[in-house]
Design a protein around this ligand. Structure first.
Ligand code: ADP
Ligand code: MG
Length: 374
């Protein structure tokens, strides 16, 4: 089945690395065949972190990073193919999200910028590569994000239950899936997911993230700080909306600190910020939700999952693993699906989600090897 297998590459705002997933679309439900996680080397990660916040960027270095990430994504694909003993000729296409280094969907000349040159991925792997998904949606008047809701709907919509898919990546986003198919799917970024938790843990603990939320769980929430953080107008702004590191970064937190706080209590407060802002978004925009399915790396943060469950009770809150899909695989699977949509000439965006004027076929197509059997 040459046209049934796709590879999704997802590298999100956490800047942790790239999740590569081989997906089979033969059956009604897509099936993950193999996965490979390729972390960013520490030096690359720290350069990307700096780049995300720098007011001035050297164009030469930006172009080099575009190439370096393209090579890294191609290597991730090769490793995925090797470990799963898959012939590249059996893969119809790769869908590559790329690494966002700027996301400015509002204001004059709105834009979003992802690095990871797809020419290199196509050239090194010989596999047709679809990339640059977000900019067409922005050109059509949308936020360019989130793009995963159409896939969430295809995979998880249920005729008997009102579901919400919650993706806890660097940012957090929700997809509202009403059981009544006459009601459109909606979704938006709720605000920070792991990004502040990661940043604060790195600064005070020297670890890339707070495993299981254990450090946060040992601290006490600072109510006044939490109130000040929740007062950011992003949280109550109406959708469509999307956000990134441009808005939610450690300087944003520091502006609200008095300087005397215990770092562990700040971590507890940041965890509560994510839990509260997510729960508030669901209460405001999906009040009749029966269950919340959580994906993304944050699903591995037990303390965060527990607080989200607490705020959303009595609704059921659980990992997508309960529905047969690894939480870390969902977004990569979405980009495999989006690549397939593009090759089929089908739209990938949902105007009710992104605010685009119309549905549109997303991304650019970078053809793989000539004369391959596909
Ligand atoms: N065991 C864990 N405990 C706490 N947090 C975790 C755990 N595993 C992953 N994470 C979080 O998930 C993040 C990566 O999530 P991911 O879905 O890849 O986000 P993104 O799409 O932004 O790259 C990590 O940076 C970390 O914050
Ligand atoms: Mg990631």
């Amino acid at each position: 089945m040459a046209d049934a297998r796709y590879i999704g590459l997802m590298s999100g705002t956490s800047l942790d690395g790239v999740d590569a997933l081989l997906v089979d679309f033969t059956a009604a439900q897509p099936r993950a065949i193999a996965s490979h996680y390729h972390p960013y080397p520490a030096e690359l990660r720290s350069e990307l972190l700096t780049l995300c916040h720098a007011s001035h960027i050297e164009l030469h270095r930006l172009a080099q990073l575009d190439v370096m990430l393209g090579e890294l994504y191609a290597a991730a694909v090769r490793e995925l193919l090797n470990t799963s003993r898959t012939d590249a000729n059996t893969v119809a296409a790769i869908g590559s999200h790329g690494q966002t280094v700027r996301h400015h969907p509002a204001g004059p000349h709105p834009y979003t910028l992802q690095l990871g040159d797809p020419n290199i991925i196509a050239e090194r792997t010989g596999i047709t590569t679809v990339a640059d998904f977000r900019r067409r949606d922005i050109a059509a008047g949308g936020q360019g994000a989130p793009l995963v809701p159409a896939f969430h709907a295809a995979l998880f919509r249920h005729a008997g239950r009102n579901r919400v898919i919650l993706n806890l990546g660097g940012m957090a986003n929700i997809t509202v899936l009403p059981r009544d198919t006459a009601i459109p799917v909606t979704g938006f970024d709720t605000g920070p997911g792991n990004v502040l938790l990661d940043g604060w843990a790195a600064r005070h603990r020297g670890t890339p993230y707070d495993a299981g939320g254990a450090w946060a769980a040992g601290g006490s929430v600072l109510p006044a700080l939490l109130r000040r953080l929740l007062a950011d107008p992003y949280f109550t702004a109406p959708p469509p909306k999307s956000t990134g590191r441009e808005r939610f970064h450690l300087e944003w937190l520091e502006a609200q600190l008095e300087g005397t706080e215990d770092p562990q209590d700040v971590q507890a407060t940041l965890l509560e910020l994510t839990a509260r802002s997510v729960a508030q978004a669901i209460a405001d925009h999906a009040a009749n939700a029966d269950e919340i399915l959580v994906c993304g790396g944050g699903a591995g943060n037990g303390a965060l999952m527990q607080r989200i469950g607490f705020h959303l009770a009595p609704r059921a809150v659980h990992s997508t693993l309960h529905h047969g899909v690894e939480p870390q695989a969902v977004e990569a699977m979405a980009f495999a699906w989006l690549a397939r949509q593009t090759l089929c000439g089908e739209a990938g965006n949902l105007p009710a989600v992104t605010g685009a004027r119309h549905p549109v076929v997303l991304g650019g197509i970078y053809r793989g090897r000539l004369n391959a059997d596909r």
